[in-house]
Design a binder for this molecule. Structure first.
Ligand SMILES: Cc1ncc(C[n+]2csc(CCOP(=O)(O)OP(=O)(O)O)c2C)c(N)n1
Length: 261
């Protein structure tokens, strides 16, 4: 969050504003009438022409940023191991409109949030806490609870190992979920964090205990009875995601990704 911004949090629960992140002003109230009241109030503060100009300029800069990002992602498409932004873009742009994306993808999740259009309520599932291991189970639960919407779970390979047993439930109850494992073979975010701190790991290029090594996710899926494949390029990833609605049971797709170096 840029420092000069004033953060106002509106929530139906008065205990929520400021609970997880600091805010300048907390408001409690039902969202729809509160937003309508705020819009009326702000409408009187800002002249209509100025408001229109600001909206237009924000729209323009957003559109320009979006086009630049999209070009960057498209230029990075190619064969496995995939570029994380290209993979995130292929995934985000192939998702059916009504799909639910359960995202426990850590550094790939950062790229996904840059390119994902989140305009459908309930279409993006994440946690506020940082504990790993919820993603596979949450995806299975989501699909069981709301069977009308296709579910794609995107999981870091490290994260997937914290709740791998959820694949047993997916297989046992034949839950149609597409599990996409972002396989960079490492805990990339922890390496990135060490880089940001500028200590000995970064200067020596030595990251103790943060490599997962060669893991074959097709075999992990097979162990539980979940069919699986490995994508060879960005296009195959897009195809797997685009056809998620046709699944009749679980499917796991391993996506070899470029990692920290
Ligand atoms: C239960 C639990 N154990 C350990 C951690 C610490 N942790 C945070 S991110 C992370 C690595 C995630 O790796 P991966 O899912 O492969 O994503 P990547 O960083 O490579 O994108 C770990 C171990 C945690 N958040 N929760």
């Amino acid at each position: 969050m840029p420092e000069h911004l004033t953060v106002v949090q509106l929530d139906t629960d008065p205990a929520e504003p400021g609970r997880n992140f600091p805010v300048d002003l907390g408001l409690a109230g039902a969202l729809e009438p509160s937003l309508a009241a705020l819009a009326g109030h702000i409408g009187q503060q800002v002249p209509a022409r100025l408001a229109r100009r600001r909206t237009e300029s924000a729209t323009e800069s957003h559109t320009a940023e979006w086009s630049k990002l999209e070009l960057e992602a498209l230029a990075a498409r190619g064969r496995a191991p995939l570029d994380p932004l290209a993979a995130a873009h292929a995934l985000a742009t192939s998702l059916p409109d009504d799909a639910v994306l359960v995202e426990e993808a850590i550094t790939t999740g950062v790229q996904l949030r840059r390119v994902l259009r989140r305009d459908r309520p309930g279409g993006y599932v994440h946690t506020v806490g940082g504990g790993l291991g919820w993603g596979i189970g949450a995806a299975v639960g989501h699909r069981l609870g709301a069977p009308d919407r296709p579910v794609v779970a995107v999981l870091g390979d490290g994260s997937a190992m914290f709740g791998l047993q959820g694949l047993w439930s997916a297989a046992r109850y034949q839950v149609p979920v597409l599990f996409v494992v972002a396989a960079n073979g490492e805990y990339r975010t922890l390496k990135d964090t060490l880089d940001a701190r500028g200590g000995r790991s970064a200067s020596q290029g030595r990251y103790v205990g943060l490599d997962l090594g060669e893991l074959d996710w097709r075999l992990a899926a097979q162990f539980f009875g979940v069919p699986a494949g490995r994508v060879r390029d960005t296009e195959e990833l897009g195809e797997a995601v685009a056809t998620v609605a046709a699944l009749e049971g679980p499917l796991l797709v391993e996506v070899p990704l470029r990692g920290h170096r």
